[in-house]
Ligand binder design. Structure first.
Ligand SMILES: *Cc1c(COP(=O)(O)O)cnc(C)c1O
Length: 427
């Protein structure tokens, strides 16, 4: 495989951008440290600057649920651009996307668009604190909610892959109100409520953990969180930035039938453009400025290009049969991986919820951060490299989710399974 151009570009990039990248996991640090520079994407495939083709399971870390450069999305963006790229004033497109989101997630009675998942979670927590007049929050070990200071504690893949449990530059005073519990362990949550009665404003959780690799919630875990928060006057925030329209067409909240107080969204709702959103119960959302006192603003929020990409994406996704294509693709891929691993005698744990999945090289069932930590990351690194050589682009870390798009046809899945069988032979 010739990747000469990528090698040259990466050396230059390292002189211009820290680590040569604009987001740390892109640097392939956990798998050998030579990222590929991508020139274009089409459907289920990406092409690097040396002309190599790969089947893509990263899909920009989740957003591209219709695949790369979907004709309808491209057309919508072009149309929006020709009408002006930003107004700094309300546009009807914001209402169209808001209505689409609410149709798919009826627990959201009102929402505010922002520009990233980080902004969405950061603001949802500000809102929870404003609404409950309490300062403490609970997050889970191995869950990632963006890079806001108060949330960079035990924050999963990107941080862990670099070996930074926390980040320098985050003042202790900003994380002193961040309490950390264990995913899938209600006792660890109850203990915090006992220790800090009346002080906890909210629990924020990825209802299906995706940022330590995919770890589904244990039976009763999310119900338990709903019960504990209600009993203690705290809010339950579902961070569905990844699971939104991926764990289920109507989000993890529909799959597990739980009504959170607030929901954060990102990734898929922007269809590959920068969008985030937070929303939920009307009474809580009425705290947000200008109707209420909690301040939050954004120069490019509700950007017309991003709204159009989101409208096109969710519009396609809710069409009859679209979701089934996704679920079938993910399920047959999962089955293929499992039988290839069994045939090769390699112990793996394959997890999947809807269209997000992980393959852990481990004999331990993944339940939380400490159990996923038992995975053989060296073996994952070899697998990752072999898969690249066989034309499949996976997320460059054991602790990330994989994604499929509606362009991952049975033929594409079949090719992937063949590549997996081949790659397992070299482990
Ligand atoms: C990706 C992600 C975020 C952060 O979103 P950005 O758009 O990268 O800021 C927050 N929460 C979860 C669950 C995510 O997967």
């Amino acid at each position: 495989m010739n990747i000469q151009r990528s090698i040259e570009l990466f050396s230059k990039a390292k002189t211009l951008l820290p680590g040569g990248v604009d987001s740390p996991v892109r640097a392939f640090n956990a798998v050998g440290g030579q990222p590929l520079f991508i020139e274009r994407g089409e459907g289920a495939h990406i092409y690097d600057v040396d002309g190599n083709q790969y089947i893509d399971y990263v899909l920009s870390w989740g957003p591209l649920i219709l695949g790369h450069a979907h004709p309808l999305v491209v057309e919508s963006i072009q149309k929006a651009a020709s009408l002006g790229t930003s107004y700094g004033a309300p546009s009807p497109l914001e209402l169209d996307l808001a209505e689409l989101v609410m149709e798919l997630m009826p627990n959201i009675e009102m929402l505010r668009f922002v520009n990233s998942g980080t902004e969405a979670t950061m603001t949802a927590l500000r809102l929870a604190r404003a609404y409950t007049k309490r300062d403490k929050i609970i997050k889970f070990e191995g869950c990632y909610h963006g890079h806001a200071d108060m949330l960079l504690v035990q924050a999963g893949s990107g941080v862990a892959t670099l070996g930074l449990p926390d980040s320098p530059g985050v003042p202790a005073s900003t994380t002193k109100d961040t309490l950390v519990a264990r995913f899938n362990d209600l006792d660890s949550v109850e203990a915090l409520f006992m220790q800090f009665p009346g002080e906890i404003s909210a629990i924020i959780v990825e209802p299906v953990a995706g940022n330590m690799g995919v770890v589904p919630p244990a039976e009763g875990f999310l119900e338990g969180l709903r019960k504990i928060t209600t009993e203690n006057g705290a809010l339950l925030i579902f961070d569905e930035v990844m699971t939104g329209f991926r764990a289920h067409l109507n989000g993890a909240q529909a799959r597990y039938n739980i009504v959170p107080d607030l929901t954060t969204l990102g990734k898929v709702i922007g269809g590959g453009l920068p969008v985030g959103a937070y929303g939920g119960k009307r009474e809580i959302m009425q705290m947000v400025a200008p109707v209420g006192p909690m301040y939050q603003a954004g120069t490019l929020s509700g950007n017309p290009l991003a709204m159009m990409a989101g409208i096109a994406t969710l519009g396609e996704l809710k069409k009859d049969g679209a979701w089934q294509i996704l679920e079938n693709a993910a399920a047959s891929l999962g089955a293929g991986v499992k039988s290839a691993a069994d045939a090769a005698g390699i112990p793996i744990q394959q997890t999947r919820v809807g269209t997000m999945f992980s393959t852990f090289f481990s004999e331990t069932v993944p339940q939380d951060w400490s159990t996923v930590g038992k995975s053989d990351t060296e073996r994952f690194g070899k697998f990752f490299t072999a898969m690249l050589k066989n034309g499949v682009y996976l997320a460059p870390s054991q602790f990330e989710a994989g994604f499929v798009s509606t362009m991952h046809t049975p033929k594409v899945i079949e090719e992937t399974v063949a590549a997996i069988e081949e790659s397992f032979k070299s482990l």
